[in-house]
Design a protein around this ligand. Structure first.
Ligand SMILES: [Zn+2]
Length: 208
């Protein structure tokens, strides 16, 4: 039986359906919404998608999406070039930048290891990371993967990649602390958070 939906509308719906979190119903709703709004608004969306795809490329140094190469962070001479924070996604980079407490450089892996979803080490930009670490500019690689199973596996892959880079002096490898959240209360934390907090405890009084 032929579909009653016009061909072009059908095509739009199937494109929308490919977006994360969008099922057939949402795709239908969005497509009809785009038909209802003023044409200029719908075209502006299409133009924004086209522009972003034409202008944005991964930065050759950190792999973060950028309109310039190197990106604004990598070309900022005031940043500490000896520390490289390795994160899973550009969204993680944005969150750390928004916090404003880190002044070093970044490296974006672009993915996380997830054997269950078929994502293996080839999906990570580990080759580019190794290239980035050649030379002795970076003294410390700080692993900023998420504190969960996939993030832990990804951290191991990063450690392997860093260890495989031939350097005059090996880089120090650290990982962001995990444990009790600021403002949290111990009685409400689960067992793994408390276990992490013990593992990550640090000295607060130096004994002579
Ligand atoms: Zn960059």
């Amino acid at each position: 039986m032929a579909s009653k939906t016009p061909e072009s509308l059908d095509a739009l719906m199937s494109q929308l359906e490919k977006l994360p979190g969008i099922g057939p119903r949402s795709a239908g709703r969005l497509a009809h919404h785009l038909l209802r709004v003023p044409a200029s608004e719908a075209i502006a969306l299409a133009d924004a998608i086209r522009t972003v795809r034409e202008r944005i490329r991964p930065c050759s140094q950190c792999r973060a999406p950028s309109e310039s190469d190197p990106c604004a962070i990598c070309s900022d001479e005031t940043r500490d070039r000896s520390v490289l924070l390795v994160v899973e996604t550009p969204r993680d980079l944005n969150a750390v930048e928004a916090a404003g407490s880190y002044g070093g450089l970044y490296f974006v892996l672009g993915a996380r290891l997830s054997p269950l979803e078929g994502v293996d080490a080839r999906a990570l930009e580990l080759g580019s990371l190794a290239t980035r670490l050649a030379g002795d500019e970076v003294r410390e690689v700080c692993i900023g993967t998420n504190p969960d199973l996939e993030g832990d596996g990804t951290a191991l892959a990063i450690i392997d990649a860093v260890a495989g880079v031939p350097r005059a002096e090996p880089a120090r490898v650290t990982r962001l602390a995990r444990g009790l959240p600021t403002g949290g209360q111990i009685e409400y934390q689960n067992a793994s958070v408390i276990a992490d907090a013990f593992e990550g405890r640090r000295s607060v009084l130096d004994t002579p």
